[in-house]
Design a protein around this ligand. Structure first.
Ligand code: SAM
Length: 240
């Protein structure tokens, strides 16, 4: 997979050099590059923003640098272009899975009051377009969203996880949250590990874990229960 990230604060994306994406790069699964939007400006001040038409507070990102950046980064492919925005579709594990099947992602990280709408309207000429929100809150810029989406996507790339089974029961994969996990010692500050986990009975462990997933989801995230295909048994637990 190739990922290009365009930002006016490329240093903000330095964590991409660390751990997970770095590991994916070493394995040859990922080719990732961060680009400074100001590379596509030509005035002395390297201007990327201007006042909004119609008035109002704040500044808006100018279309010209974005246009040139996206012309260049899409010259030899038709990527999925991701505009990070609080007005976008909520980012979920399902979206991460869909994106992990793409060959090329380009992230456009907004700042100020956002990017001139004409860039987003025009973007279908460069590739598929997705406007993605990290959640129902407002960040100062799209970099944190690009980092979060990249991390969630890269760990799904085939061949990335040493043991792909560890992805199967994770929270949000099948609509349920994950069960609680424990390690040694068997007793810590008076708290014991649930005995079933030390019973050696694989069937009982699997049943206990499933029960925990159902209980946890019903208690913490009833919205997931109502929004998904989960069984009637779970609906009853939410109601009681
Ligand atoms: N005025 C905009 C609004 O109310 O929708 C918010 C602009 S915000 C200060 C600047 C940039 O941060 C946005 O253009 C977007 O790229 C990014 N951003 C802010 N919140 C975000 C979120 N929840 N998810 C993804 N990106 C976000």
């Amino acid at each position: 997979m190739r990922i290009d990230i365009v930002s006016i604060f490329p240093d903000y994306l330095a964590p991409l050099e660390l751990s997970l994406p770095g590991k994916a790069r070493d394995k040859g699964l990922l080719d990732i590059a961060v680009h400074d939007l100001r590379r596509w400006t030509y005035d002395r001040h390297r201007t990327v923003d201007d006042t909004p038409y119609g008035g109002g507070a704040g500044m808006v990102m100018k279309p010209e640098p974005w246009g040139e950046a996206l012309d260049e980064l899409t010259a030899d492919s038709t990527p999925t272009i991701i505009f990070t925005t609080p007005s976008g579709e909520p980012f979920t594990q399902k979206v991460a899975r869909e994106l992990s099947a793409e060959e090329h992602l380009v992230f456009a990280c907004g700042r100020y009051e956002g990017i001139d709408q004409r860039v987003i309207d025009h973007a279908t000429q460069w590739g598929r377009v997705r406007e993605i929100s990290l959640g129902d809150y407002v960040l100062n810029g799209g970099e944190v969203a690009a980092l979060a989406v990249t991390e969630a996507v890269v760990r799904l790339l085939p061949g990335f996880m040493g043991n792909p089974d560890s992805l199967v029961e994770e929270s949000h994969e099948d609509g349920l949250l994950e069960y609680p996990v424990y390690t040694k010692p068997a007793e810590w500050r008076g708290h014991a590990v649930p005995p079933v986990l030390m019973s050696g009975n694989h069937g009982a462990v699997a049943a206990w874990r499933h029960e925990q997933r159902v209980e946890r989801t019903a208690r913490r995230r009833p919205d997931l229960v109502h929004a998904s295909h989960l069984d009637a048994d779970l609906e009853v637990r939410v109601a009681t």
